[in-house]
Structure formats: structure tokens, C-alpha cells
Design a protein around this ligand. Structure first.
Ligand code: BGC
Length: 259
């Protein structure tokens, strides 16, 4: 077997950026999951420069999958909620390909995390409607119907409680307002109940760094739909971005073989 299934995955978050080499056939990390503080302001130039160092650090030359907190269509980033506005309506894939001199696949960070969970984690072989909700600096969402992603759902930006959902219940809001676990779970539960009324999923998967602490607050989340913490926890975004890049590389190769 060649090495085509090994891909570098990167998850650019509002606060931290993570990266690792991923075996996309198993979802296993082949290196440590490294992390650095996302540059501020997180302009394309600043992120590009930080990713050059990450690629050098892993001594990597091959496809790279990058998840970002933006709506992503055909390699263009179309929104920028917790990141510099320079990413709005921007050819992110083209720009980063030039910077890194490597093939780049771009994806929304929550969609990336969802792809990983559906392939290797709690969503594996789950039919029906699965809603992954990532809780970090913002709130991300990834919706799957019978395992197929409906991309860029952005439910963290739904109007809720006089503002938007992520400003009410993100993990960053818990920290910012000094909410205890009970207070924050109450908010999260209200939001999940809202998602339940609107979308009627068959299962929720909770992701983001705080999914590791599910033991502390999980029992306080009362919904009629099962809620499970992401199995891949905070590595899901890195793994999913790498898997998507592996798929895209295969597609490109098949395309060029056809001529
Ligand atoms: C962004 C989403 C992202 C989520 C989690 C939101 O503010 O709009 O694209 O998935 O944060 O990072």
C-alpha cells in the first residue's frame, strides 16, 4: 500500500490551531496533535505564515486538509465569525496552496469534525438525521442525513434569545461570564431543545474541547433525543479535514487519468 492515505489535517479555530498527520483509512493520528495559538488578528497572511511553520514542523509534502470557522464553498471562504474579516468571499484554497506550495482542501471546521465522527466515531453507521454541535469559541453544526453531509448549516448563528445561539451557549461564553457547569448546561439544554423543535434529529453529537468534560455536565442535558460526546473529541476537526483532502486527491487523480 502506498502512502496516499496519509494526509496532514489542520483545524484553524478562533482561539487555537491544531494539526497532525492522519491515516485517513483508519482515522488514526500518526503524530501528536500539535497546537498553537491562532494568530491575532487571524488574517489570511498571518494564518498562512503560521501554517507554513506547521507544515515545516511535520516536514510534510503532500495534500493538506484545512478546517476553518467559515462557510466554505469550492475552496472559497464566504463568512468569518470568529476570525479576521479578510476571509470573507476569499479564495482561501488558492491562497493557501500558493503559500504552502501543496494541494489544499478547505472545509468548514464543524463539517470536518462531523465527517470524522460519522466515519470513525459515534456517528459510524448511523442512519437518520444526526446533528453534530461543536462547542468552542463559537458554535458549529454539521448535519447528516443517512451519513451524508448537508454542508455549511451554521446553526450557531440561528437567532436565539435576542441574539445568536453561539453568543448564548458557546464554551467561550461559559468562560467569559464565569458560568458554573449547571448554569452553562441550562443554556446549552435550552439551545438543544430549540434545535430539537426545529430539526428533529435522531441523535446529537457534542464536539469541541468541552466534549472531554461531558461527564461533568452531560447528565444535566435533558432532551428526548440521545446526546453523546464526540469519540474523537478535539481531534475530530483535524481528522475530518484530512479525510476530505484524501477524497479530493483521489477525485483529482481519477479526473486527470480520464484526461
Ligand atoms: C462559525 C462556524 C464555525 C463555528 C465553530 C461559528 O462562529 O460561523 O463556521 O463552524 O463557529 O467554530
Amino acid at each position: 500500500m502506498g502512502k496516499e492515505h496519509i494526509v496532514m489535517g489542520i483545524d484553524v479555530g478562533g482561539t487555537g490551531t491544531k494539526y497532525a498527520l492522519v491515516d485517513t483509512s483508519t482515522g488514526d493520528l500518526l503524530t501528536e496533535r500539535f497546537k498553537f495559538a491562532t494568530p491575532k488578528p487571524a488574517t489570511p497572511e498571518a494564518i498562512g505564515t503560521s501554517l507554513i511553520s506547521a507544515v515545516k514542523h511535520l516536514d510534510w509534502s503532500g495534500p493538506v486538509g484545512i478546517g476553518m470557522p467559515c462557510i466554505v464553498k469550492k475552496g472559497r471562504t464566504l463568512s468569518a465569525a470568529n476570525i479576521d474579516k479578510g476571509w470573507i468571499d476569499f479564495d482561501a484554497a488558492g491562497f493557501l496552496e500558493k503559500k504552502l506550495n501543496l494541494p489544499v482542501t478547505m472545509v468548514n471546521d464543524a463539517d470536518a469534525a462531523g465527517i470524522a465522527e460519522m466515519s470513525f466515531g459515534k456517528g459510524k453507521d448511523k442512519d437518520g438525521l444526526v446533528l453534530m454541535v461543536t462547542l468552542g469559541t463559537g458554535i458549529g453544526s454539521a448535519l447528516f442525513i443517512d451519513g451524508k453531509l448537508i454542508p455549511n448549516t451554521e446553526y450557531g448563528h440561528l437567532k436565539f434569545k435576542g441574539g445568536i445561539a453561539e453568543k448564548y451557549a458557546a464554551n467561550s461564553i461559559r468562560k467569559e461570564l464565569g458560568l458554573d457547569w449547571e448554569e452553562w448546561s441550562e443554556r446549552l439544554c435550552e439551545l438543544l431543545a430549540h434545535f430539537e423543535r426545529v430539526f428533529n434529529p435522531d441523535m446529537f453529537i457534542l464536539g469541541g474541547g468541552v466534549s472531554k468534560k461531558f461527564d461533568i455536565y452531560g447528565h444535566m442535558l435533558k432532551t428526548s433525543v440521545p446526546i453523546v460526546p464526540a469519540a474523537l473529541q478535539n481531534a475530530a476537526g483535524v481528522i475530518g479535514a484530512a479525510c476530505l483532502a484524501a477524497k479530493q486527491t483521489k477525485r483529482r487523480e481519477a479526473h486527470s487519468r480520464k484526461g
